[in-house]
Ligand binder design. Sequence first.
Ligand SMILES: [Mn+2]
Length: 469
Amino acid sequence: MEINKQDQMNLAFSKAHEMVQNAEDIKIYSHIDCDGITAGAILSSMLDNLEKDHEVEFVTLDKIDGLELENELTIFSDLGSGQNVDKLGNGSSNVLILDHHPPLRPMVFDNHVSGKFLELNCHYYGIDGSHDVSGGGMSYLLAHTFGFDDLSWLGVLSAVGDMQNSMSGKLVGLNKEILAASIQSKLIATNNDLSIYGRQTRPIFVALSYFGDVKLPITNSRTECIHMLNKLDIPTKNGKRARVLCDLTQEEKGKIFSELVRMLSKEVPQRYIKHVPKLVAGESYDFLGERKYSPLRDASEFSTAVNACSRHKHPEIALNVLKGDRGLALDEMDQLALEHRRYLAQKMEWVTEENRIISLDNLQYFDGSEIKSEVIGTVAGMILSYGDWRKPIIGFTPVGEDSEGIKVSLRCSRLLAYDGIHFGNIIRKVAAKVGGNGGGHSVACGAYIPEENMDKFLNVFDEYLTGKI
Ligand SMILES: [Mn+2]
């Protein structure tokens, strides 16, 4: 009898459940990004509840090859499917992979039965890993088999941190089911909202000024933003306090939506116009357990705070906050987020002041040697609104002190992706042509390139894009 994919996946999760149930000493390796850290927090909370001894370690992908597996059970979350983890250790540790990245290995159903090596990857069951489910989502689905549905909000946070909602403005597929469970448990409220960052913490005129997919009169100009809000008859203050997006009524948000659509439609070429509303509107996710005006209240702001911890190499701080610490860990996280913002502002100034953005025919780039490789992509994303939104922007910087090579990050307006271009796929091809490797999302991706081939990379990339954008 042929069993369907949904049943197959459920069966795999029940095998995973058994592996966890039978182990007393567990090690978790999770990816050191927002999704991976959140996945680690879900699994660690699950194991706390089950009173299982465990340890969580956050790693970069290149660290996997050298690992020694010493525990009874090793769980890889948000990674593992793209690495040769089947070659690690001497076979005495059981291995469970919970991943959503494209798998290197075909699914071997027998392995599911033996329980020695279980790779649980959504792709095996026909579920897309870039929009439908995150690494944290896969981890939540395991926690769900133990009945820990109170962790569902973390599954939503990880999806948002992985930008799974960035194209359509909402969560779809399995993510939507995890969201529904979370709404059901009264952990999350969703809202049809403006897709503007800083819902809980940024004065609305500041939040609007960061609008960067397309350069508008309000982009990088708080004065223009205040002017626009005045024109729309939307108060910027409530008494002495500046109003933030979450203070606005639906009617006020509607006015801003219409105004932004109007401004954008004037600015973009005809063929992009049908995509304009998607740039402006999106679902928002409020964590109901968090205080209003706290950055933890909004999924998108919370994920930035988690990212700040990971990029400054303190994932354990984020882990503690995600597991419920609202004392010391939260103070440390706030501090890191503050340093993160300062660092970014300083580097932004460094790039824009001297006008270090260089334009080629089809792309623009800047030499970001002064910028840490962990945040080169973030800076590239912020720079986009200072350059020409019609071209992708590429920033590059040395990988680090102890390793050779250049890290390259690309960001572009979502309009280019709506038009059908996928830079993650393009950067993979172009990087391979110059002896590097790359990949990622359609609007945010990156690569590692041998230092001596950097110029060649830019030229090949520029040429590749001829006639495509
Ligand atoms: Mn992920």
